[in-house]
Design a protein around this ligand. Structure first.
Ligand code: ADQ
Length: 466
């Protein structure tokens, strides 16, 4: 028995120099969650080979291969319509409640269907009876249905990493029935929160007219389970890195350079993350509290994302415009209020930033979960987490200060409260957050999902002691 993972993004990305190929782990939650399982279990990971698609497959990890990555080469047209088009131009905005940004185009929907069929076929080719199939995320919603049609007895799991919106928003999608039916090919569907799972069941009842029970949907004589299973992080890895002397040194250097209290924000540059709104709140804070000028700085790290989509180009201009305006208005005596970094950081640098921050601003307008909030809580020694009530993680993290990203002045006041919080309270809040993070660690999350998908009889022994 083996595990077959199907995801849009691949776990390692290749680079080629002088004819030699180097594979580097991809940044993000999915690789760190699933790579250890694949290394234990062996199997196949099917993904889009974005860079060097001519490398059709790879046995990974490079030093001691344990599983195969089957890389699909997508044509420029497929990437444009399936990925930038339907996935990121329709399904992403609707799922995050940005209906007015969504564009519904029949040709993009057709490409989405065709590419989903290609992913499904690759999984069917790799499948051997008894294997577990685990499909990920909104780019591949039709894959479970296609797998079910070809492999009626297979065990198929699906995890949806972004919000599932309320039914009145979901039904703006012209192809709502097809998407739901596709997902219902799975045996077990995981979402980050109970509210998303409820919305999904609502959609099954109201769009498809299907009967649902507590956490279940009955379809074609099968029972599909819908469950809230918020993803965890590798708490141990973050704690170890956070405690390393080199990290303390780096964090110290960052603080020495800034010589102020440090507010930190780390996001993909995405309109769902509330970056312009956060900058506006910081400006309101500086306007309202002249004594903070020269004493507080905001470090905004933004990873470039989806740069071929027009909305993301506009967002970049909005963000850079605001950074320029705030710095133009307030900089003085060698103090710059906003430090803007437009690139990804490696793990060591990232944790040093978490360590250096007095307060972390995680203020998305909408977010499936938000891993940055968890990573900060695992890494910080005495910082405060401000967390948007619209992030899926908010329900799990009562030790954070809850904020409303739409309330500029309210957010500005919360910033002040965070910076004034007594040390004992900060530590007590972080302790509470860490206890929760350890109980719902990434490995537990992965293990439980596969355990419940396989059922006790089929469960491979190696999964028990991951
Ligand atoms: P994302 O929208 O990408 O994920 P998030 O959950 O915050 O959002 O994960 C981002 C990851 O990238 C984190 O591990 C973070 O450390 C890393 N990252 C972000 N900025 C970085 C930077 N500048 N440099 C280096 N690393 C950076 C989607 C959903 C989320 C959901 C996850 C997991 O949108 O809601 O939490 O999947 O399911």
């Amino acid at each position: 028995m083996a595990v077959i993972v199907v995801s849009n993004r691949e776990p390692y990305a290749p680079s080629v120099q002088d004819g030699r190929v180097t594979w580097t782990p991809s940044i993000g939650g999915l690789t760190s969650a699933l790579d250890p399982v694949m290394q234990r279990e062996g199997g196949t990971w099917i993904a889009w080979g974005e860079q060097h698609p001519e490398l059709g497959h790879a046995d990974l990890p490079p030093a001691a291969p344990r599983y195969r990555v089957q890389r699909l080469a997508l044509s420029g047209d497929e990437v444009q319509r399936y990925y930038h088009g339907f996935s990121n131009g329709a399904l992403w905005p609707v799922s995050h409640y940005f209906v007015e940004r969504a564009q519904f185009r029949a040709d993009e929907w057709a490409a989405y269907r065709a590419v989903n069929a290609r992913f499904a076929q690759a999984a069917i080719d790799a499948y051997r009876p008894g294997d577990l199939l685990w499909v990920h995320d909104y780019q591949l919603a039709l894959v479970p249905g296609l797998l079910r049609a070809a492999l009626p007895g297979a065990r198929i799991g699906f995890f949806w990493h972004i919000p599932w919106p309320a039914q009145d928003v979901f039904r703006t999608l012209p192809w709502d029935r097809e998407l739901l039916s596709g997902l219902l090919g799975a045996d077990l569907i995981g979402m980050h929160t109970a509210a998303y799972a409820r919305h999904f069941q609502d959609a099954c009842e109201r769009t498809l007219g299907i009967e649902t029970g507590p956490g279940t949907v009955a379809v074609d004589g099968r029972t599909v389970r819908i469950e809230a299973r918020p993803i965890g992080i590798d708490v141990g890895a973050f704690e170890t890195l956070a405690a390393a002397p080199e990290t303390a040194e780096r964090a110290g250097r960052l603080r020495d350079n800034l010589r102020t209290l440090v507010l930190l924000a780390v996001d993909r540059l995405d309109y769902t993350k509330g970056i312009p709104e956060r900058l506006d709140a910081f400006e309101a804070f500086l306007d309202a509290h002249p004594r903070a000028r020269g004493r507080v700085s905001l470090v905004q790290i933004a990873v470039p994302s989806r740069e071929r989509v027009e909305a993301y180009l506009q967002l970049r201009q909005q963000v850079e415009g605001r950074v320029g305006r705030i710095n133009g208005r307030f900089s003085r005596d060698g103090w710059t209020p906003v430090h803007y970094v437009f690139r990804g950081l490696d793990r060591e640098e990232l944790v040093a930033h978490y360590r250096a921050a007095d307060a972390m601003l995680v203020t998305p307008l909408r977010d499936g979960l938000n891993l940055v909030a968890k990573e900060f809580a695992a890494s910080s020694a005495d910082g405060v987490l401000l967390l948007s009530r619209f992030a899926g993680a908010a329900g799990e993290m009562p030790g954070a200060i809850e904020v409303n990203p739409y309330d500029r002045d309210g957010l500005a006041e919360r910033l002040l409260a965070a910076l004034r919080m007594p040390l004992e309270e900060k530590k007590a809040r972080l302790d509470g957050l860490r206890r929760h993070l350890r109980d719902s660690d990434l490995r537990t999350w992965t293990q439980r999902f596969l355990h419940d998908l396989a059922g006790p009889d089929l469960l491979p022994a190696a999964l028990l002691d991951l």
